[in-house]
Design a protein around this ligand. Sequence first.
Ligand code: MRU
Length: 359
Amino acid sequence: MELTQITHIDNVRLSDDGRAVRILDQSRLPNETVYLELSQAEDLYEAIHALRVRGAPAIGIFAGYAMYVLARQTKAAQFGDFIQECRRHHAYLNSSRPTAVNLKHMLDRMLAVAESMPCMDIDSILESMRQAAIAIHQEDITMCTAISRHGLSLVKEGDGILTHCNAGPLATSRYGTALGPLFLAKEEGITLHAWCDETRPLLQGARLTAYELQRAGIDCTLICDNMASIVMKEGKINACFVGCDRVARNGDTANKIGTSGVAILARHYGIPFYVLGPSSTIDFTCPDGDHIPIELRDGEEIKSKFFEQPSSLPEVKCYNPAFDVTDHDLITAIVTERGICYPPFEDSLAALFGRKREV
Ligand code: MRU
């Protein structure tokens, strides 16, 4: 596959007839390439919950299209009834996963478009919602490209980059966030080496990150999560690049489970630890990491999902938090589309974006 094909992968969009959201089913990768067209509320919810569409920005883009697809199924003739339906769709989709704030931000934005047009007919409101969903997608493309460019300024020829989970084109719109600098480096003839944590239990690093990098012809090596320490100790890692699902006002950052461990190791070995993400992932209403809701998932994901036979007895209890919070003290910098924020993040994030987000 060409580099441009993987960086511009068509992972989420409106179907050709506009009646469904079309996604590349990430839960089937890397072994099967399956596209789905989803139009029913339960299927749209399930796609997020089952990680068919995943990665905070991609979930946000999906949410925008999903709100439009559901809204256009309305039979309501009155504005009030139509808004009640939109609110119901918002609440339902928002309950599919709790941690990535992009979901709520984009659902809020779509609802606000509808609510702001009380004097308009339903068709006009639907057209504005369609345009808003496309704008969310276009903005993500612009933001990811800018983040990738800022991230590229942090690396040099020959660097080893450790990454956790998947924050590439599949998880976003284009280039990705944490993986974006690697793709741009490749385009510019700079050689980097990626080390991919496999990312237990759902293996986003092995299934998706290694897939994207390999397809792009970027030198990458897969490791189990518990190998990061030795790879760092051996001097193979010059920087850690990770994505984010929610960044609190003080810089505390929720990302895939295991990320905080990588940050603690990086501090121990004196390696810079960078978080890369768009402003749509910053939650200025959230003061710190203690206020970020952490998704708990089914223990079968640990015991049986990727094994031919269960790895443990059926009665063994599991604890399966899907995210953890990296303390802001462990983060060297947060790379956004507007630039690179350094500590104290409370000040640098506020200075770049202002305390109040526009929705
Ligand atoms: O459970 P997932 O696969 O949705 O978790 C995703 C992550 O943790 C990503 O690192 C994050 O969403 C950033 S994607 C640019």
